[in-house]
Design a binder for this molecule. Sequence first.
Ligand code: DAH
Length: 333
Amino acid sequence: MSTLDELRERALAAIADAHDLDALDQVRVTFTGKRSELAGVQATMRDLDAEGRKALGQQLNAFRAAFQDAFDARQRALGEAALAARLESERLDLTLPPRRLPPGRPHLLTQVEEEMLAVFIGMGFRVAEGPEAESGAYNFDLLNIEPDHPARQEMDTIYVDGYEDVVLRTHTSPVQARVMTTQAPPIAVVVPGRTYRADAVDATHSPVFSQIEGLYVDEHVTMADLRGTLLAFARALFGSDRDIRLRPSFFPFTEPSAEVDVSFHGPGGHHGWLEILGAGMVDPNVLEMCGIDPERYSGFAFGIGIERVAMLRHGVRDIRELFEADARFLARF
Ligand code: DAH
């Protein structure tokens, strides 16, 4: 047996023996690399005559072809086996039960806000929004709140540093002015949003709170429309056995103005009234300043504190519970 035949047998056996791709590569280096026996055989070429060189060349080519065929076949087989092993080891068992995570839910305030908005949307109101950093013009002037009004004092209003006449809105009412200066009647909007006042935190006060403003402007809007709207709202939210009452009040942007109470029946036949919002007929002066003809149009407006409604509806005693993000508290709702 010539050297090359013997070499080929050993090489093919080594290829068949290689049990992974690294080992197979090692076989390639051993049998065909620079310092391999093959290289040694090849080196003997230069000592041969032309005839001998030709014969050896053909044998070398035959060796290389046989080696390459065996190598390729083995490489393919090992590659497929490796892939199969990997697929097997990475297999996902989709029948395993998942780890249960408690589902999240909207914050109580969000739930109450959405509930309140849904009632008004059902009556035909649209949702409008405005900025929390607001100009004094919208927050005060266009709402008939004079420069010397107490609400304007530094005490209650948070001013934005470095800007002249920019405040964190003290109520959602400025969006009334924004809507009226850009839309023609009939107007029916509700405006949810955050509001800010320089108040110290206690059980019933927070410097950040939220309101829903309502505004309805059209021909022939009366106080009866206001009362009917708010009664329907109170019953939808608190129960169909509820009543409301309007107590005379004062707001610079409404005339007349009212504070609105909702009735409740407590244990032992005890019943009484809870204040839930401020409201009134839009002051003709405000309509006029916002470009709406007060001779032709009238309107009503109201402002409801969302935290207050949430606390009344769910028996929350301390407003701080609504802002502290205590998961145990929030999980109750
Ligand atoms: N803006 C008032 C406040 O924050 C609430 C309010 C009262 C809004 C009467 C109104 C209204 O639209 O008509 O205290």
